[in-house]
Design a protein around this ligand. Structure first.
Ligand SMILES: [Zn+2]
Length: 397
């Protein structure tokens, strides 16, 4: 009997420990845990900065390489031109030499015959003259032959040089093409790192703001933030704009600016001028604010509890922000106004006035802090809100 009691106590202890563990590994965040996540974001930012610098250096050296290859090509082409001229000159010289020899031979020649050398030789009137004539013929023939050989060798060398230079040019052009390709891909990498770095910088400052808010609220370092922060629940989400039309849905698409096939992280709502009020979709608390990001502009993220479930709504490309972190909002609260056009020149990721509206599971900034986690928890707003088909308007929320 005592033994059974003992086992029961152990079982209950294990069970409660296990439940505690499960709670700890889900979203029961403390200030201390948030601070650790902030540090991780800072480390990632530093490594991105390092990667960016390295990529920039790689691009620079590829560009230098291209410049020197182009220089070498120009020089090679000049050398080819010179070699061609030299061949022409030598050709002419050979022709002239042959002509000169013919003239010389003719002047010694008395009769036309098959073998002018022999005729000339055998017409000698004495042995002395024979030797003399023989020497002249021999010298003349040797000299001319030597000259012609020399020139023909020159031509051959020159032609070989031209072939060699041409091959070198082809090689250099190939090199330029591959360097240009690597600059392209390095540029892409740089784009991605640059966007990510920008996100992380914004991430760090907004996480810091949230930590300061919890701290000022009096949340303890190890206190469960859910107990410290009260978010008024709601039953459903409403559209963030009174009037609007969907210009682009959530999901994969070709980006209108970069042309890349990427996930469109929100639902684009157009049909409003810049400065039109944007409302919170439901009761909630302002959990995260990002100001003037170069890609996304002014952004507000609101924590909601809808039917007991934690979600975050996000609002991008705002002209201005009308709330602060920790503000308790309702669906009647104006949180900012529509931007994304001429009045938000700092935001390079918008082609015209519109709201980029997002819905994600959990509380972005508290349940998790990284943007990539937020993206992985996104939902399609079309499936949550009653949205009309593309380009048709609604006039009430
Ligand atoms: Zn968008």
């Amino acid at each position: 009997m005592r033994k059974i009691k003992y086992i029961l106590v152990i079982l209950i202890t294990l069970l409660s420990l296990n439940i505690l563990n499960v709670n700890a590994s889900t979203d029961a965040k403390t200030l201390k845990e948030l601070r650790a996540e902030l540090q991780a974001l800072k480390n990632k930012r530093d490594s991105n900065e390092y990667k960016k610098k390295r990529t920039q250096n790689e691009i620079k050296s590829a560009e230098n390489n291209i410049a020197s290859s182009k220089e070498a090509i120009t020089k090679g082409q000049e050398q080819i031109e010179e070699a061609k001229k030299e061949v022409e000159r030598l050709d002419k010289e050979i022709f002239l030499s042959k002509d000169k020899m013919r003239t010389l031979m003719n002047s010694y020649q008395k009769n036309e015959g098959d073998n002018i050398y022999l005729e000339y030789l055998f017409e000698s009137e004495s042995y002395g003259e024979f030797i003399y004539r023989y020497t002249i013929i021999k010298q003349l023939a040797d000299y001319t032959e030597e000259q012609i050989n020399k020139m023909q060798n020159n031509i051959k060398e020159n032609e070989e040089l031209q072939v060699e230079l041409k091959e070198k040019e082809v090689e250099l052009n190939k090199n330029i093409t591959s360097l240009e390709q690597s600059i392209d891909s390095l540029g892409d990498q740089l784009d991605e790192i640059a966007e990510e770095t920008m996100d992380i910088k914004d991430e760090i400052s907004s996480t810091q703001e949230l930590i300061d808010y919890y701290k000022n609220l009096g949340c303890g370092e190890n206190e469960n933030l859910d107990d410290c922060v009260k978010v008024k629940g709601d039953t459903k989400l409403l559209k963030p704009l009174v009037k609007g039309t969907i210009t682009s849905y959530f999901g994969y698409r070709y980006h209108p600016i970069s042309g890349k096939y990427k996930l469109h992280t929100g639902t684009d709502i157009g049909g409003n001028t810049q400065g039109t009020p944007v409302y919170s979709s439901a009761n909630g608390m302002v959990g995260k604010i990002i100001r003037k990001a170069s890609c996304g502009g002014n952004q507000v993220y609101i924590y909601h509890t809808i039917g007991g479930k934690q979600i975050t709504t996000g609002y991008m490309h705002l002209l201005d922000i009308k709330v602060s972190i920790g503000d308790q909002v309702s669906s009647k609260t104006v949180i900012g106004t529509v931007g994304g056009g001429s009045k938000t020149p700092w935001d390079s990721c918008s082609t015209g006035p519109h709201l980029h509206y997002m819905i994600a599971d959990g509380w972005y900034g508290k349940t998790y802090t990284s943007y990539s986690t937020f993206v992985s928890k996104l939902q399609d707003a079309k499936k949550v809100l009653n949205l009309p088909s593309k380009y048709s308007y609604w006039y009430s929320r």
